[in-house]
Write a protein that binds this ligand. Structure first.
Ligand SMILES: Cc1cc2nc3c(=O)[nH]c(=O)nc-3n(C[C@H](O)[C@H](O)[C@H](O)COP(=O)(O)OP(=O)(O)OC[C@H]3O[C@@H](n4cnc5c(N)ncnc54)[C@H](O)[C@@H]3O)c2cc1C
Length: 480
């Protein structure tokens, strides 16, 4: 038996979120039929849904993720922009207090695509499901896989409506059920090998509220981020305000264990005011809230090392959060999901024997998730009471050395354009962290900052004029 090279066979995708629909899009180019299964009834317009609780929170899509999606679905990001998503140049169009001080708004080298996650979820799904080879089975939960330790032959499904169960045979099963994935247990039930898991859990809690953009701000007022300082020994508390589609600001506040934001509407602005700078509280104080506060705690960094399972079964691969999920503060999940679907596409093109094909996909996905995993976890272990179960030497033996270098880079980046551009490359996952060792960055690090320390949010003169007109004289007085 060979892996599919022509249009024949049937592939099943479990989960119809970003990783799932992108996987379906690439599978439909190789398989005669693709079935996508989701336990949710999927809304006919951009709306929150039960199986995607994170959609209520800030969902920044870095430019690297946009490029990965466009590679699979050409023109998809243009469609998002046409539907109201904002393109925020980084760092020029964003006001950010980093752990090391206010970031100068140097020219942008990358950008962030900012919209409500329901819009992204809906538009990508609608585009993919228009392919007649793809069938959606909504309201159906995957409860297991069929086959044995050598080969997975299909999925076991249960109707959410009436509890009836059925088997769906498939040449390839793709698990994209996210953090909820039960594949580790299902593999054990088939007698396949043990799967090692790492967890780095800073206990971060998210609290989010959306507001109507005030008239004085207009639709191009910059977003704002206030980051924790991981060096102060306190729980890390962050805030982010982003403009999104529908003339809205989405504001997500977060705190690691011991510094969690409260659930109540009344305390939301108060918590924002207690961050390292109160600007977010001041910006939204008089804005009209459109939602109540929504909280989420499903935020731990969790990685499953499926690629290390000896004798990986043919007919099964996993992508996206089902393999590795990250602290969302860094905004890396959707990039990893889109890139892992890209791995599936390249490996489908190469073909080969089914078992070898599936192993190659799992190794490729492991390579994709490694960088965001290292970035998120090496930062999170700095916060008090972070619970870590990991054998990754980068988090144990070399952690101190890596952190000293990261702190030097971070501190210089706020006031040095070459280092800033390199940091933007790394944090947007546009280049690997190796770019921090390039000769121009090393020289810039040696020579140190070229720009002065900023004593407040660096608004442009034009933005300050808007703040003055709005009566926010205190904020307008800051000259960044
Ligand atoms: C609070 C929060 C904020 C985030 N913010 C960002 C951000 O700013 N930027 C970013 O890039 N990423 C962010 N992420 C991560 C991002 O949401 C995910 O990486 C992204 O959705 C891709 O995940 P996925 O498709 O693998 O899984 P998910 O999006 O979790 O989707 C899983 C799908 O599987 C379905 N499902 C689950 N179990 C079953 C089952 N048994 N049977 C059938 N269907 C099932 C669900 O209904 C859902 O549709 C955030 C995550 C959280 C938790």
């Amino acid at each position: 038996m060979t892996a599919p090279r022509t249009s024949s066979g049937h592939a099943v995708v479990l989960g119809a979120s970003l990783a799932g629909v992108l996987a379906a899009a690439v599978l439909a180019r190789r398989y005669a039929a693709v079935t996508v299964v989701d336990r949710d009834e999927l809304p006919p317009e951009p709306q929150p849904r039960t199986g995607l609780p994170q959609a209520r929170h800030v969902h920044q899509l870095w430019s690297s993720g946009g490029r990965a999606i466009d590679q699979i679905l050409p023109g998809m990001t243009a469609q998002l922009f046409a539907a109201g998503a904002k393109c925020i140049g980084i760092p020029r169009q964003h006001v950010s207090l980093t752990a090391f001080g206010w970031q100068h708004r140097f020219p942008e080298s990358q950008h962030m695509i900012s919209c409500g996650r329901p819009l992204l979820d809906f538009l990508v799904r609608q585009r993919v499901l228009a392919d007649e080879r793809i069938t959606l089975r909504a309201g159906v939960q995957a409860v297991g896989v069929t086959g044995d330790a050598r080969r997975v032959t299909g999925a076991l499904l249960r109707s959410v409506a009436d509890g009836s169960t059925s088997e769906l045979p498939a040449d390839l099963v793709v698990d994209t059920t996210g953090r909820a994935s039960a594949m580790r247990r299902w593999l054990a039930e088939l007698g396949a090998g043990e799967v090692t898991e790492d967890v780095v859990d800073s206990g971060i809690t998210y609290a989010t509220r959306t507001f109507r953009v005030p008239d004085w701000a207009g639709d191009d007022f910059p977003g704002v981020s206030i980051h924790a300082d991981h060096r102060d020994g306190q729980p890390g508390r962050n805030g982010q305000l982003l403009p999104i589609d529908g003339n809205r600001w989405i504001v997500t506040l977060s705190g690691t264990r011991g510094g969690e934001p409260p659930a109540g509407d009344d305390e939301f602005v108060q918590f924002a005011g207690s961050l390292r700078h109160p600007i977010i509280a001041e910006l939204v104080a008089a804005a009209e809230p459109l939602t109540s506060v929504q909280r989420s705690r499903s935020t731990a960094n969790r990685r499953l090392y499926y690629e290390l399972v000896p004798d990986w079964p043919a007919g099964l691969v996993l992508l996206g959060d089902a393999v590795a999920a990250f602290n969302p503060v860094y905004g890396h999940g959707m990039v990893a999901a889109a890139r892992s679907a890209g791995v599936l596409e390249s490996e489908l093109r190469l073909g080969g024997a089914p078992a070898e094909f599936a192993r190659r996909v799992m190794r490729g996905v492991a390579a994709v998730v490694d960088e965001p995993w290292a970035l998120a976890t090496s930062q999170d272990i700095c916060f008090p009471n972070c619970r870590t179960v990991s054998r990754d030497p980068r988090l144990t033996r070399f952690a101190g050395m890596r952190q000293n270098f990261a702190d030097l880079v971070g501190a210089t980046a706020t006031r040095q354009p070459v280092v800033s551009a390199a940091v933007v490359e790394v944090t947007t996952l546009s280049s690997s962290a190796d770019c921090l060792g390039s000769p121009d960055v090393v020289v810039a690090l040696r020579d140190g900052p070229t720009h002065p320390v900023l004593d407040g949010p660096p608004f442009t003169p034009e933005e300050r004029a808007r703040l003055r007109r709005s009566g926010r004289a205190k904020l307008a007085a800051v000259t960044g």
